[in-house]
Design a protein around this ligand. Structure first.
Ligand SMILES: Nc1ncnc2c1ncn2[C@@H]1O[C@H](COP(=O)(O)OP(=O)(O)OP(=O)(O)O)[C@@H](O)[C@H]1O
Length: 260
């Protein structure tokens, strides 16, 4: 396995455009995640965040531009065991009856020789279930889980291959507070072990201390790439104007313009 070095790009998008239903959704975006970085991808509903991460994993074709993973053009990249992907939860609830262990084991297949899970693979699955606090639910059907538990299972599935790169689409959406804290802690551990992370988020929330950089999309273009915007939070969500708590009564709201 090629060892990537600190500072080297693990994800690189250059001038990427993509269309969905013949409508331009990405209009020439540049996005880089360097080794060891945690990058938040922010933006209003429909700005193209999910589409951008789905181009990276090959679920949405690009019409122009270049994508590289670990320095290899995406169409030639085959080492998918190095990439853990957590889809937006709504798109992952397929209604297929499966146990927690079965779902998490599916995330291990890219590391299993000849697609057969051996003892070491089963141990790795058990370890990630412990990590996300779901070992007691191993035999349970995923249909019976709460939103937070379901998300823990999806994250365990992504971690089961011990990936170097984690791509997560709104991992905190619809997740209870305890699960959010646990997910933040899990992510902190992964980053501590050298993982690189790209996260689609609506707000930084409990993950804020982990975020190195934020890329904000607006209408399929990059509107900001740099330090996380300070106003990101409930008040910066689309439809909200940010008012500083100490602002004089009657002061005009400050429009950050970053997320709306
Ligand atoms: N399969 C599809 N066919 C046509 N248009 C689509 C399809 N999927 C998404 N879109 C449109 O593409 C645009 C970008 O969607 P995308 O899901 O990437 O945005 P997003 O920033 O992730 O939004 P959200 O925060 O709501 O998840 C939206 O206007 C959406 O309606």
């Amino acid at each position: 396995m090629k060892a990537d070095q600190p500072g080297e790009p693990v994800i690189s998008l250059r001038g990427v455009t993509a269309e969905l239903g013949s409508r331009p959704v990405l209009r020439g975006i540049d996005l880089t995640v360097h080794h060891g970085e945690v990058v938040a991808l922010l933006g209003a509903n429909g700005s193209g965040k999910s589409t951008a991460v789905r181009t990276v994993i090959g679920q949405v074709p690009v019409t122009r531009g270049e994508i590289e993973l670990f320095g290899t053009p995406r169409r030639r990249f085959s080492d998918w065991g190095r990439v853990g992907y957590v889809p937006q939860r709504t798109t992952a609830a397929g209604g297929v009856p499966a146990t927690v262990t079965e779902v998490v084991s599916s995330g291990r297949l890219s590391r299993a020789r000849f697609g057969i899970l051996r003892k070491a693979d089963r141990e790795a699955v058990h370890q990630v279930l412990e990590l996300v606090g779901m070992a007691d639910h191993a035999k349970q059907s995923v249909d019976a889980l709460s939103g937070g538990q379901h998300q823990r299972v999806l994250i365990a599935r992504a971690l089961a291959s011990q990936p170097d790169l984690l791509i997560m689409d709104e991992p905190m959406a619809g997740v209870d507070h305890a699960s959010q804290e646990m997910l933040a802690e899990t992510l902190r551990e992964q980053v501590g072990q050298g993982a690189s992370v790209l996260l689609v988020l609506h707000e930084l929330g409990p993950l804020e201390p982990l975020i190195n950089r934020a890329v904000v999309l607006r209408d399929g273009c990059v509107a900001h790439d740099g330090p996380p915007p300070p106003a990101v939070g409930q008040h910066a969500l689309p439809g909200h104007d940010h008012v500083h708590p100490h602002a004089a009564h009657g002061a005009e709201p400050v429009r950050t313009g970053l997320l709306s």
